[in-house]
Design a binder for this molecule. Structure first.
Ligand code: AMP
Ligand code: DBH
Length: 537
């Protein structure tokens, strides 16, 4: 049994294979290719711990062997939630090596997100951390076990004597040897998460072939070397620090990934100096903090070669400060968990580097910039971005209706981003038409939060819109029509109680008597956004 996904039409798969993009190798090859020559090289540094490639593979194999002996394998899915620690990658490769298809929830996700993912994939296995608020008691686990019969649970940092201890399984060899059995490379390897714009989060099925290509191509574009060291300070599960080129890119060339729990500058600076980190992937809000922190006292991090910035719109003003402040290069990255990734070139002119988000990385990334009439606009004009290519998916998981709205008949994914393309193919992201708030690169689907707000007995209408914030880029304001005035803390407490991640809670609320409507009777969010941003500026 394999996990369902929307396949690329044959003529495309054939072309992607002919051009060598798809090599029909499983993602686990990223690790196994170092089993011989680079087995002594350090693969992961996590606090006081470090793992060379031999140990890394041995631990992944051990866990895979134990899971196999518990009858878990091909056709099974896993719900995984681990923070930024070595175990995240060990678990990832272990699952892939026995054909288990995981979804890696972000550490900030809570009950509602995890329940929703579970409802979609019906997991056979749950791997999580006992120190996470959701798993510090057994209530949520009991609930999941009731719903998904036969669910195996593995917890990190639990009693090592327990059958559910992840560490216990990593500490000893399984009784029976492991039989490697990843899914076929043309099949789904794992699910990525979409920031989404709908009521329920969408899952993105990524195949070995397409994801492996995106990693290899990213490694080329970024010219990584095996002596490089990558600081993973963004959530490890996110597509950007995982694959652009991210941890998988650094593993692919046998380099080292250094873990940080979050992008807080002082701790990251300490780790960079201590471990001679060369590369880091950041989001714009983190860069702003890094620049402030690097100035006082003046600090240059001499090992750093490249700071990548992506995930949200990055002002030219801030971009220009990166090279002089840190004495290293800047690279802008514009990507999406659905696929397409654009990079600025390492030797781009200042103009291209500071004022664009680069070019799609594959010669076979097809890009269309469309006007309101659905026709392609001229270079230099703003339009919505649609794309298809060898690593851009053709559909979300089991989302027939939604797919019909965001994937067109030719298989282009309509990203909802407003971009301008220059004659030489560079993209500049100038805005968005999708109903999403980009809060410091954490994406919030407005509809998901609005639905929950409407489940409050006193709230009659709700609209979540973005407002400009100097640090986060955007924050969220909930416009409410309500029978009584609730305070911001009350609204946030209510939503927290519903079980959503903290970053989705509104930063502000505004009460209005009536929602402004568009001519077709939808809530006029453009108007709400404009009036709010004007009145508060
Ligand atoms: P997701 O679909 O959740 O993976 O989020 C991808 C979205 O993040 C894109 O469609 C853009 O809206 C946004 N994004 C990513 N990188 C950038 C960037 N460099 N500049 C502006 N927006 C970005
Ligand atoms: O925001 C993103 O999703 C993103 C940004 C940069 C991404 O998925 C990526 C690079 O691969």
């Amino acid at each position: 049994m394999t996990v369902a996904f929307t396949p690329w039409p044959n003529e495309f798969s054939q072309r992607y294979r002919d051009k060598g993009y798809w090599q029909d190798l499983p993602l686990t090859e990223i690790l196994t290719r170092h089993a011989q020559e680079r087995s002594d090289a350090i693969a992961i540094i996590d606090g006081q711990r470090q793992f060379d490639y031999r140990q890394f593979k041995q631990l992944a194999d051990r866990l895979a062997g134990h899971l196999q002996s518990r009858g878990i394998g091909q056709g099974d899915t896993a719900l995984v939630q681990l923070g930024n620690r070595a175990e995240f990658y060990i678990v990832f490769f272990a699952l892939l090596s026995i054909g288990v298809v995981p979804i890696n929830a972000l550490y900030s996700h809570r009950r509602l997100e995890l329940s929703d993912y579970a409802a979609q994939i019906k997991p056979r296995l749950l791997i999580a951390e006992q120190c996470h608020p959701l798993f510090c008691d057994t209530a949520f686990i009991d609930e999941l076990c009731c719903t998904y019969s036969g669910l195996e649970v593995l917890l990190s940092s639990t009693d090592p004597q327990s059958r559910t201890s992840l560490e216990a399984l990593l500490a000893r060899d399984p009784a029976t040897p492991l039989r490697l059995s990843p899914t076929d490379a043309g099949q789904v390897a794992f699910f990525q998460l979409s920031g989404g714009s709908t009521g329920t989060p969408k899952l993105i099925p990524r195949t070995h072939n397409d994801y492996f290509y995106s990693v290899r191509r990213s490694v080329q574009v970024c010219r990584l070397l095996s002596k490089d060291r990558f600081l993973c300070a963004l959530p490890a599960a996110h597509n950007y620090p995982l694959s652009s080129p991210g941890a998988l890119g650094f593993f692919y060339i046998g380099a080292c990934v250094v873990m940080a729990t979050n992008p807080e500058p002082y701790e990251c600076f300490r780790i960079i100096e201590r471990h001679s980190v060369t590369h880091v992937a950041l989001v714009p809000s983190a860069v702003a903090l890094w620049i402030q922190a690097a100035r006082q006292p003046p600090q240059r991090l001499s090992s750093l070669k490249l700071i990548q910035v992506g995930g949200a719109s990055f002002s030219e003003h801030l971009a220009r400060q990166v090279p002089p402040t840190f004495g290293c290069r800047l690279q802008q990255v514009f990507g999406m968990a659905e696929g397409m990734v654009a990079y600025t070139d390492l030797d781009d002119s200042d103009e291209a580097l500071f004022a664009s988000q680069g070019r799609p990385m594959s010669a076979d990334d097809e890009v269309r910039v469309l006007g309101a009439d659905g026709q392609t606009v001229a270079d230099g004009c703003v339009g919505t971005l649609a794309t298809r290519g060898p690593y851009t998916v053709r559909g979300y998981y089991l989302s027939h209706e939604h797919n019909a709205t965001v994937f067109d008949a030719e298989g282009f994914y309509h990203t909802g981003d407003l971009v301008r393309r220059s004659a030489d193919g560079r993209l500049n992201v100038v805005g968005r038409v999708k109903d999403q708030i980009n809060r410091g690169a954490e994406k919030i689907a407005a509809e998901e939060v609005e639905r929950l707000l409407l489940s409050h007995s006193l709230i009659i209408q709700a609209a979540l819109v973005a407002y400009t914030d100097p640090l986060m880029g955007e924050k969220s304001c909930a416009f409410l029509v309500s029978e009584a005035t609730l305070s911001l803390p009350q609204v946030r407490a209510f939503l927290r109680e519903c079980g959503i991640a903290e970053y989705k809670l509104p930063d502000r609320i505004e009460y209005i008597d009536q929602m402004p409507l568009t001519p077709v009777g939808k809530i006029n969010k453009v108007f709400l956004r404009q009036t709010f941003n004007q009145s508060s500026s």
